[in-house]
Ligand binder design. Structure first.
Ligand SMILES: *Cc1c(COP(=O)(O)O)cnc(C)c1O
Length: 467
């Protein structure tokens, strides 16, 4: 399999190169030249998660890694999950129109958010290919909360990797910050930036666009622009559909969305042949995606802080992969659109493109006031405690799908213990703290604070890099 850039200005490359590069030289995102077909669903049903994962991902890595090695990496990655089913599906009643509603629990990994599903694998793949090549990298990433700790956990102590994670000062929850700052390892650097998440993401992009610097420190990325993360996320759409109806009839998915990475993987699963009806984009008050899927215009507004901080984003990077596809895989058109968006803060697709997007995606904004009531209602009806991000997805799922009986699977993206304040506000008591999290409240924090300035980022990396 070869990987092409969404902006058409980089040579096609293989999986390992796309993994290690993250972003393409032309500023675009890598995606496969063609969508491979899924294996026969009847064969997969009932198999362990890791086995299905290998089957689903194999066409994307074939030729670059030995099959037995890949199997052992995948098995090892998912053995870190607390639940042996890795990403279990549980019933959650019905939608407003009476369709069966399910919850896909993606938070059983080491840092209790869905980012672990991809990053536990990606960290190990990095390590494998770097050791094979005798190389080192410096991973630079931005986090709105959960990516940072998941990325750090996946590379802690690995000799071939240094990691610098930028997070917006005061905009991540206490638990999220502590999960990053309490890791005591010489290759781990948590960096607090005076700005918001989009500023952090812009700093990362600016550092990457300095080619001389990038080559000098072997910069690499594991944020959701990395193709391998999308690849790993395809798997749970398949296992969830298998669990709900054997993947013989369509299901719909409802996904609380920020960077569009998670839901994009659902769309890829559909391209690979999974019977998917609707894909529902659930936004919080930072609703650029809902506005885009409704009007065809993408327009940046101010980021407003919410109780679901991992979705407090205005620029949804992964949307570029979907646009590339719906614009006929014309990299020049995508490049032009993205540069217009950067300079004007707005860009549009024409009516025909909007129609084709709307034939697959629904989009819904969920208000802050609805988050608490959803957490409370789910608890009253099922006894389950959900986190605010999950509540946004569940709220949209209940309301969104028209009069039909297709099962709807809402994605639970974080464990409620990561967001105790919002849960406490809704239920009057904080969620139970799982053992995995208990330590972070006692350990000392280590972090560096910097200004929203790319030179500050570069200087810090040069200073700290293990020679
Ligand atoms: C990252 C994250 C999201 C948003 O996922 P995207 O892939 O950026 O759309 C939603 N919920 C939680 C808990 C997250 O950590």
């Amino acid at each position: 399999m070869r990987y092409v850039s969404t902006r058409g200005g980089s040579e096609p490359i293989g999986f390992a190169d796309a993994l290690l590069a993250g972003l393409a030289d032309d500023g675009g995102l890598y995606l496969p030249e063609v969508w491979p077909k899924l294996p026969d669903m009847v064969q997969l049903r009932g198999k362990p998660y890791a086995e299905i994962a290998v089957e689903v991902m194999w066409p994307y890595v074939e030729g670059e890694i030995d099959r037995a090695v890949f199997e052992s990496i995948v098995t090892d990655a998912y053995s870190t999950f607390e639940d042996s089913r890795v990403c279990p599906v549980v019933p959650l009643g019905t939608t407003a129109t009476g369709a069966p509603l399910w919850l896909l629990e993606l938070f059983h990994g080491p840092t209790l958010a869905f980012k672990d599903v991809a990053l536990q694998l990606v960290g190990r793949l990095f390590d494998h290919f770097l050791r094979e090549r005798g190389e080192r990298v410096c991973i630079l990433g931005a986090t709105s909360g959960d990516t940072g700790s998941a990325a750090i956990d996946s590379v802690v102590g690995r000799e071939a990797i240094d990691i610098f994670i930028l997070f917006p000062d005061g905009r991540v929850s206490d638990v999220q910050r502590r999960q990053m700052t309490t890791v005591d390892s010489p290759n781990v650097h948590a960096v607090s930036v005076k700005g918001n998440f989009d500023d952090c993401q812009d700093l990362v992009k600016a550092a990457f666009s300095d080619v001389e610097f990038r080559n000098r420190v072997h910069l690499s990325a594991v944020n959701s622009i990395n193709w391998a993360r999308v690849m790993a996320q395809i798997v749970y759409y398949v296992t969830a559909a298998l669990e709900v109806n054997g993947a013989q009839e369509p299901v719909s998915f409802c996904v609380p969305t920020g960077n569009f990475g998670n839901i994009l993987a659902g769309w890829v699963a559909k391209q690979m042949g999974l019977p998917v009806d609707r894909l529902v984009v659930a936004s919080n008050s930072n609703d650029i995606l809902t506005r885009f899927f409704t009007t065809g215009t993408m327009e940046i507004h101010e980021v407003v802080p919410t109780t679901s901080p991992s979705m407090d984003i205005q620029i949804s990077s992964n949307l570029e992969r979907l646009l590339f596809e719906v614009l006929g895989r014309d990299g020049a058109v995508v490049a032009q659109m993205m540069s217009g968006f950067r300079s004007d803060g707005t860009t549009s697709v024409d009516v025909a493109i909007l129609e084709s997007l709307r034939s697959e995606f629904d989009a819904r904004r969920v208000e802050e006031s609805e988050v608490e009531s959803t957490i409370r209602r789910v608890h009253d009806e099922t006894g389950m405690v959900i986190d605010p991000h999950t509540a946004i997805g569940v709220n949209a799922a209940v309301k969104s799908i028209g009069a039909d009986t297709t099962p709807v699977i809402a994605l639970a993206t974080a464990h409620p213990a990561k967001f105790p304040d919002a849960v406490k506000a809704a239920l009057g008591r904080a969620p139970e703290v799982p053992e995995r999290l208990a330590g972070v409240f006692d350990l000392p924090e280590r972090m560096t604070a910097i200004d929203n300035d790319v030179d500050a980022v570069k200087n810090l990396i040069l200073e700290r890099l293990i020679p």
